[in-house]
Design a protein around this ligand. Structure first.
Ligand SMILES: C[S@@+](CC[C@H](N)C(=O)[O-])C[C@H]1O[C@@H](n2cnc3c(N)ncnc32)[C@H](O)[C@@H]1O
Length: 261
């Protein structure tokens, strides 16, 4: 086993995999996952809504917005409909770079590297706190002088300092040209999304699992889109972003897409 993999403490990528019904997790992940569900019963729905948002956003970007390059930071363990599968269904020549810092995601990365022959997928083992390293590595596969969809789904919540999170987003979006997009999901405590339940769940998480997490307000999430044009319908429950099912339950996870003018 990779000696960076710890089985004595729950890891986010593995617990997320558990909530999504995957098998790439350990007893400690399942125990913590179940305890978090006890505090916040709809957490599994959040994970599924987040993945469904990924599907709709990437399909829109590849099929309608002409995006051919995707930088997916905080990829997670391979699951159904990974970014390259969704993007290449619409655009087989799409190029995807995945980035995560969890050692178990690295060991499963092969499953992410199954590109359509016309396109390419690459995996980078790097930390979101180091956008320069990410850009340098991504530049080997992506042409950063052409538009890139920068995807940060459920990842900025692991950058605890909001100022630093903004700096990271800025560094990434400054490095890509007009026509690039920022795709974001992020948990919140906002009551309008039923986020109060996240509070005890996150407190429990931060005492028992890794890495530590934070929630953000609508205003804080809006600040990540400063200088970008927010696409309709703006910042809302990710389950409702361009949802085909208008009855989809609201979840305490914002989703939004912005375009660099
Ligand atoms: C909640 S999962 C989201 C996975 C996927 N983006 C999705 O939306 O389904 C967050 C992922 O971010 C990764 N992650 C957490 N902190 C990170 C960091 N500092 N740098 C890179 N990846 C990180 C975790 O390992 C995990 O795979």
């Amino acid at each position: 086993m990779n000696d960076r993999i710890r089985t004595d403490i729950a890891h986010n990528a593995r617990v997320w995999n558990y909530w999504l019904g995957g098998k790439d997790n350990y007893p400690v992940d399942r125990a913590v996952g179940d305890q978090v569900t006890g505090f916040y019963p709809s957490i599994g729905e959040v994970a599924r809504a987040d993945r469904a948002f990924l599907g709709r956003a990437v399909t829109f970007l590849a099929a309608d917005a002409g995006m051919r390059q995707f930088l997916d930071i905080g990829t997670g363990l391979p699951t159904a409909d990974n970014t390259h599968e969704v993007a290449q269904r619409a655009a087989p020549d799409a190029r995807i770079v995945y980035v995560d810092n969890d050692p178990i995601v690295l060991t499963h990365a092969r499953a992410l590297l199954t590109s359509a022959p016309e396109g390419v997928t690459e995996y980078v083992d790097a930390d979101a706190h180091d956008p320069e390293k990410i850009l340098a590595a991504a530049g080997a596969t992506l042409d950063l002088s052409r538009p890139v969809a920068v995807m940060m789904l459920g990842i900025l919540n692991f950058v605890l300092d909001t100022g630093e999170a903004r700096t990271i987003v800025r560094a990434l979006m400054d490095a890509v040209p007009s026509g690039s997009h920022l795709v974001l999901t992020h948990p919140t405590l906002e009551p309008e999304l039923g986020g109060e339940g996240n509070k005890a769940a996150m407190a429990f998480w931060n005492e028992n699992a890794t890495p530590p997490i934070t929630a953000r307000s609508r205003a804080e999430i809006a600040s990540f889109f400063d200088g970008l044009d927010l696409l309709e319908p703006g910042i809302l429950s990710c389950s409702r972003w361009r949802a085909t099912d208008e009855e989809a339950p609201v979840v305490a996870q914002f989703g939004a897409v912005g375009r660099k003018p």
